[in-house]
Write a protein that binds this ligand. Sequence first.
Ligand code: SAM
Length: 273
Amino acid sequence: MTETTTTATVTATTTARPFPDAAEVEAARALLAAWDDQQAAYVTDREGRFAIMLDVVDHVVPEGGVVLDLASGPGSISRRVLERRPDVTCIAVDHDPVLLELGRTALADHADRVRFVDADLWDRDWARVLEGTAPHAVLSSTALHWLPADVLARVYADLGRVVPEDGVVLNADHLRADDGRRLFAELSDRDDRRTQEEGRAAGAATWDEWWSEVVAVERYGRLAGERERRFADRPANPDLSLAFHVEALRVAGFAEAGPLWQHLDDFVVLARR
Ligand SMILES: C[S@@+](CC[C@H](N)C(=O)[O-])C[C@H]1O[C@@H](n2cnc3c(N)ncnc32)[C@H](O)[C@@H]1O
């Protein structure tokens, strides 16, 4: 597959809304909490993954440093970083206008320390939105599997240029490349099914149910058409291997790269510049 360069995708969100009032912020926080529950029903130990990522942030991000939340969605990682490290600033990058607006609203009380910016990682110029800031840590979760292999390798190369020496990239995701190990795949599938059943039993929404609830709110629903348009023609998610991620990070100039954490086929890959 050949990487394409999309046009006009690195844009400030054109849909500025008045600063949300307290009721809107509270409602947005509830939607973010429901997002977390919904995501946790697809990722068995989502908080365990975040915990190890935050430990790395504590270890490597200097006082007053910057964290890039890559493909942030509504800011689950940013929220945790901002709460853990009151000295740190976050840049949350995503291309979904609905999730960006929800993140901005839910984290409005932290608006002085988090900036939600619109960029498409398919765009070779996406890193322009960093405005020259060099993030000490780049954190991503359940997101980079949306990128084809060539786009992912180029995004890692971009990170190799923007992350300073000793800075890190942490990517948490299911890595489901079919390598013929049938029993391993069966055990991961079984664990996924159990986690989803337990999540549903505890009241977590499914992906579709969560989206129905969000777009029913005018603040977000008015952006749903644009969201649809942006993601309409994307290819199916590729299943890339742990080895692919590690090698691509090494080629991108990271001195150390490897799995830091694992739960079945779910990994946190760490790379240090
Ligand atoms: C399942 S969500 C995960 C969000 C968040 N990291 C979390 O763990 O809650 C995947 C995110 O990747 C974003 N994404 C997918 N393709 C993207 C692209 N080409 N550029 C920017 N963001 C993208 C989606 O918009 C979505 O917010």
